[in-house]
Design a protein around this ligand. Structure first.
Ligand code: ME8
Length: 476
């Protein structure tokens, strides 16, 4: 068996509609991590995909006048195209209608039954179709789902239950021992609090949902879409012939689905005696005009439109730059436009452009072959510090630090006035432009996982010394 690959996952997104900027956020972050780890010599398996079963998809398909599978088939290319537009270099794209996956999900349920972790019981509760879950009365806001603002409907049915309550202690010790890291810390505390408050067994089958994987041994029920979905991370090994990825190293998601990933998912794995993921990170939620953005509410930002306008790299940059990964924040086209103009075009882009122009104009000899940075340059952002920041998911800080380097280098130019040095101090001129050139190389290296296309363009310009605007003016 070859060496373990670094396994990074995003959630598999519901395919009831086209992807929106919230989906793009998680996927871009995963791509940045994947590109960074690859640059460090790791073999990375980066998985994303879509969640195709359940009543939410069935309802959307019905509205569109299509069969669920046919409807999903029509949307898969929309996800794939959106990721292509954003330069997401995923390894494989998962679909839960994959027959191998469906078989593994059934086998997993049968195994859990044989192990005595599944029981049939009657259940009555309030169900939110948009969440695909039962809500507890104290979770409701004015009688409505806190996330979707819609009234849940009362459901009563006989279901198969997974005996989650048996796993409280085991979960707590795994979390406390750090075998299973939940990040950020505040989220971990939230999860620990919930476990300590007591876990109820969870229903893992649905009587009324037809569009799903049949429950083994009881064809009147389908497997709860969340169980089907979580198992994708495991079945990917079989589906994509990967024998060296388990366990996942980094699983990304937003806080909305932390419960499933931080509690149900590890408990399922424990029941099956399988190794747990190493790290899961729940980032915050984008709001749009102060409101939660969701397909159900219809206030979504289309990543493709933004990419069309600003280019993939500027969108990737703006998403991760706007606020700390892990916290909530507001996003808008105006904010992206502002970052594009002030930070990318006027700062980094301008630095590159004016530096290359001056090197050419004053015929300065730059030593381009230097592999090592001078102490002065590298001390602005040493690789060890960069690695630590990225491994700690501090994307906003990293981009800020890179921007500071650009600002600093621009200041060097302002203060030393190469246009005057060109008249009377060639030696100093060379020194100043060499130093700015090195800062550009450093910026180039550090932005590369975030803005791969820009990094490539920048590298080329630094090699050929042929200037070309990195971030052209945006047509309004
Ligand atoms: O929950 N801000 O799918 P989903 C930030 N199929 N991130 C957001 C966001 C927002 N406003 N909106 C969505 C599901 N996301 C299940 C997952 S996994 C086994 C099954 C991102 O389409 C974020 O990653 O509702 C969030 O967790 C995910 O999309 C939810 O996607």
């Amino acid at each position: 068996m070859s060496q373990k690959k670094l396994y990074i996952t995003t959630p598999i997104y519901y395919i009831n509609d086209v992807p929106h900027i919230g989906h793009a956020y998680t996927t871009v972050a995963a791509d940045v991590l994947s590109r960074y780890y690859k640059s460090q010599g790791e073999d990375v398996f980066f998985l994303t995909g879509v969640d195709e079963h359940g009543s939410k998809i069935a309802e959307a398909a019905k509205k569109a006048g299509k069969k669920p599978k046919e409807f999903a088939d029509s949307l898969v290319p929309r996800f794939q195209q959106a990721w292509k537009n954003l330069n997401i270099d995923y390894s494989e794209f998962f679909r839960t209608t994959n027959p191998e996956h469906e078989k593994i999900v059934k086998d997993t349920i049968s195994k859990l039954k044989d192990l005595g972790f599944i029981e049939k019981r009657k259940y009555t509760g309030l169900y939110c179709i948009a969440c695909e879950k039962f809500l507890l009365p104290d979770e409701l806001v004015d009688g409505c789902c806190p996330d979707h603002g819609t009234k849940p409907t009362e459901h009563s049915e006989e279901n198969y239950f997974f005996l989650l309550s048996k796993f409280s202690d085991k979960l707590l010790s795994a979390i406390e021992a750090g075998n299973y890291q939940i990040l950020p810390e505040s989220r971990k505390n939230e999860v620990v609090g919930k476990i300590k408050a007591g876990l109820d067994d969870v229903s893992i089958s649905r009587q009324k949902v037809e569009w799903g994987i049949p429950f083994p041994g009881d064809e009147t029920q389908t497997i709860y879409v969340w169980i089907d979905a979580l198992i994708n991370y495991w079945s990917a090994q079989e589906v994509f012939n990967q024998d060296n990825i388990w366990p996942p190293d980094i699983q990304l998601m937003a806080k909305d689905i932390l419960w499933f990933h931080a509690i149900i998912w590890p408990a399922l794995l424990m029941a099956l005696s399988l190794p747990l993921p190493k790290k899961i990170f729940a980032h915050g939620f984008f709001t749009f005009g102060g409101q939660k953005m969701s397909k159900t509410r219809g206030n979504v930002l289309d990543p493709n439109v933004l990419v069309e306008k600003f280019g993939a790299d500027a969108v990737r940059y703006s998403l991760l730059r706007e606020f700390p990964f892990g916290e909530d924040g507001d996003i808008s086209e105006e904010k992206i436009a502002g970052r594009y103009q002030n930070e990318l075009a006027n700062n980094i882009g301008n630095l590159l452009n004016r530096t290359i122009s001056m090197i050419n104009k004053y015929q300065v000899k730059i030593d381009q072959s230097r592999k090592e940075y001078s102490d002065e340059t590298i001390s602005r952002y040493p690789i060890a510090e960069f690695s630590k920041d990225i491994e700690n998911f501090q994307f906003d800080k990293i981009l800020q630090k890179i921007l500071f380097i650009a600002e600093f280098a621009n200041r060097i130019i302002e203060e030393n006035k190469p246009w005057e040095l060109a008249k009377n101090n060639k030696e100093k001129l060379e020194e100043v432009l060499q130093s700015v050139y090195e800062f550009l190389k450093l910026i180039n290296e550090r932005i590369s996982p975030f803005m791969p296309v820009t990094a490539k363009k920048m590298k080329k310009q630094l090699e050929t010394l042929e200037p070309e605007p990195l971030f052209p003016r945006i047509e309004k």
